[in-house]
Ligand binder design. Structure first.
Ligand code: FHN
Length: 438
């Protein structure tokens, strides 16, 4: 008995030290597959980067010590008074956009907290606005059935215990810093956020600087899981490539940024992409067209990933009218075509310039991006026959199957030049069929 106990402890210990000697997350505490699958079913989230820096219209975190002098940047909170902030308005805009989850920058690299943290005075409570932004958003999300998520940066260029301040000096040359004390600060704040707001997911960021280590990441993952075993955690806690999931990853899904992630039927991933150029609000920033937004969402789903589309609200608390209108256009498209996005998996065809594909049950959804001369010629699927073919937005289309090819044809233009959905209802489930070589 004693011998078996020792072997078990050694196995557990070994399981947390990888082949490369990297500290790993013990499998026993990882987020369950069913929770991750639920996350991947959501497909479409809203990212919100916001803070006192919007008073300058420059990039959150990054413009501190650069476009905005450090003292000026760090004093902005004293004039930050978003009197037109209305959490329910924001959430209604998200709802109208077809958004299923919302991720707010509770604390970005500048260290300012949008909730009244008890562990620092650098919070919304000490601004003229005073009220809890994170709490109001969480309440509004609960009321309107949108999953509430929190972005939390690891690096904190404002905090004296964090040894790097994005001021051009190397950590070892800058202020003394005290990572042991800083990690305790992080844990105290994360306990506040988890126990007060119960986020569906935690979106970590800022894991790339030297003071933060893989060991700290694995320890923090375990600490969070003790507070809430079900909370989803992105892959930006550890020191691995955020585009990938590897054995050394600390986190539950990959997070390609400002690009559509690679087609991947095994590892969960979410692309975070800005609707404009800047993450935080910038006056007259260039904004993506409706077509760009829809094709980004379609190609993300066609790659088997989620899209976290970012907006930057203004300093007075409003979301720019043009950004709200763009989101509403996306929502209008989803009201007609959402069955091809929500709860689907990619395939059985890989995306190309003409179409992407998603599937659910006995339906295959072809996301077509041009009229393609009124037809689509694709390989037949072994063991499956078409029962019905139609555009989701309007009537049936013709189909023929012979010589292992399927030809779909239609008259007139496709219903939506940005992206039109063709549905093939098959004679059996297509969820598990292997990818078809085009
Ligand atoms: O530095 C941040 C950046 O400001 C922004 O928050 C993005 C969002 O994914 N993440 C970091 C850059 O990778």
């Amino acid at each position: 008995m004693f011998k078996r106990l020792c072997i078990g402890i050694l196995a557990l210990l070994f399981a947390t030290i990888g082949a490369k000697g990297q500290t790993l997350v013990p499998a026993a505490i990882k987020t369950t597959d069913s929770i991750i699958m639920d996350f991947m079913d959501q497909r479409f989230g809203l990212f919100i980067h916001w803070g006192p820096v919007t008073l300058r219209g420059t990039e959150i975190g990054w413009s501190r010590n650069h476009q905005v002098a450090q003292n000026d940047y760090d004093s902005l909170y004293k004039e930050f008074d978003p009197v037109l902030f209305n959490a329910e308005e924001w959430v209604k805009i998200a709802k109208a956009a077809g958004i299923k989850y919302l991720t707010i920058t509770a604390k970005h690299h500048d260290g300012f907290c949008l909730w009244p943290s008890a562990f620092t005075d650098y919070t919304i409570r000490h601004s003229p606005y005073k009220k809890d932004i994170v709490g109001q958003l969480q309440k509004a999300c609960k009321k309107y059935g949108i999953k509430f998520c929190i972005y939390y940066t690891i690096l904190d260029w404002h905090h004296p215990d964090y040894p790097s301040h994005n001021d051009g000096k190397k950590p070892q040359d800058s202020s003394k810093g005290d990572m042991k004390r800083f990690v305790l600060y992080m844990k105290n704040q994360l306990k506040e956020l988890i126990t007060s707001y119960h986020p569906y997911m935690l979106w970590f960021d800022g894991n790339w600087e030297a003071p933060w280590t893989q060991e700290m990441a694995v320890d923090l993952y375990g600490y969070i899981k003790k507070l809430d075993p079900a909370v989803i955690i992105n892959n930006r806690l550890g020191k691995t490539d955020h585009k990938l999931l590897t054995a050394e990853t600390v986190g539950d899904y990959a997070t390609p940024e400002q690009e559509i992630g690679r087609f991947n039927m095994t590892d969960p991933w979410e692309s975070c992409i800005t609707i404009c150029k800047q993450w935080a609000w910038k006056p007259n920033d260039q904004m993506k067209s409706f077509t760009e937004c829809i094709r980004t969402l379609s190609k993300t789903a066609g790659g088997n990933g989620n899209l976290l589309l970012n907006i930057g609200p203004m300093p007075d608390g409003r979301i720019e009218k043009r950004q709200a209108e763009r989101l509403k256009e996306v929502g209008n498209w989803l009201r007609v075509n959402g069955a091809a996005i929500y709860g689907t998996r990619a395939g059985p065809f890989k995306p190309d310039s003409i179409f992407s594909s998603t599937r659910k049950g006995n339906k295959i959804f072809f996301h077509v991006y041009s009229n393609n001369n009124g037809s689509l010629n694709i390989p037949a699927m072994p063991g499956r026959k078409i029962v019905k073919a139609y555009f989701l937005a309007r009537g049936n289309i013709s189909f023929s199957e012979n010589n292992n090819r399927i030809v779909l044809s239609w008259t007139g233009e496709i219903p939506d030049p940005a992206c039109s959905i063709i549905v093939l209802e098959m004679n059996a489930s297509v969820d598990a069929i292997p990818l078809v070589n085009q």
